[in-house]
Design a protein. Structure first.
Length: 272
């Protein structure tokens, strides 16, 4: 195994796909959003996983890959999964550049560990209430030599899932799929915008066999805490976790790049 002793993962809903939702948060500023995350990677060599929610492959994901690999911090792999409308199954347009494919969704990047071989993996979740299958998914990387799995996902907001049935089914499925890898000896990390609060019953399954990096449940959005970073009980000890409320650019610190704060979790490799 060649996983570093300490690993930091950061997830951020960059508010970068839908102009309707994000017009007043430097919407479409790919340089500002991507370079903000890259800045954290440059400052902290422990950062090995970064996740973007409400991203677009062509507009943000490809630029993220280019910028991460220009940092000199290692070899970064990037994968993207397109989001689908939970009601229709149709792909989402990326509003910043409507000439690109309909490729709004979630993006994940991992830094290749020594002797590692991270491969992109898409996992899907069951649909509810007669909705099209496969609308909910996660973008993952699976590193078999190091038995490491990292996944980023984004669950529907209240208007698309008013009874929370879809979010509940997705959380249960995500937990179960992660557990299968954990039972095979994989260390796992999963994060993103779950659009659920810590006291919502629908989020509770994730706390079985995993721990959440922010036990204080700090707010990541005006609605409260809705962004999470979960690590497997097996293989990690928590060092710290919290929303990142300062320490970035003026744009970020003044919450002008997104309506979400980044959420980070830092762990130490353990044998338990």
């Amino acid at each position: 195994m060649s996983i570093p002793t300490d690993v930091r993962a950061i997830t951020w809903n960059i508010c970068g796909a839908s102009k309707t939702a994000c017009w007043d948060h430097s919407f479409g500023d790919r340089y500002g959003k991507v370079n903000e995350m890259v800045g954290w990677v440059k400052r902290d060599p422990r950062v090995a996983v970064v996740m973007f929610n409400e991203s677009c492959k062509s507009y943000y994901g490809d630029y993220l890959k280019k910028q991460l690999n220009a940092t000199g911090t290692g070899n970064w792999k990037v994968s993207h999964v397109n989001g689908l409308n939970v009601e229709t199954g149709e792909p989402f347009i990326c509003d910043p550049d409507i000439n690109q494919p309909k490729d709004a969704g979630v993006t994940i990047a991992v830094k290749q560990f020594p002797d590692g071989d991270p491969k992109p993996l898409k996992i899907t979740f069951p649909s509810t209430n007669g909705r099209p299958e496969g609308t909910q998914a996660a973008a993952c990387f699976k590193d078999d030599p190091n038995k490491f799995l990292a996944c980023a996902t984004h669950l529907p907001a209240g208007k698309a899932d008013p009874d929370k049935h879809q979010r509940q089914a997705t959380v249960r499925s995500l937990h179960d799929q992660l557990k299968k890898y954990q039972d095979q000896g994989y260390r796992t990390v999963a994060g993103g915008d779950f659009n659920l609060k810590p006291d919502d019953a629908a989020i509770k399954p994730m706390y079985a066999d995993n721990f959440e990096a922010d036990p204080e449940h700090g707010d990541t959005h005006d609605e409260g805490k809705i962004d999470y970073m979960f690590f497997s009980d097996y293989g990690w000890d928590l060092l710290n976790g919290n929303p990142i409320l300062s320490g970035g650019s003026d744009q970020y610190n003044q919450k002008r790049l997104s309506d979400h704060w980044m959420m980070q979790g830092t762990v130490r490799v353990s044998n338990g």
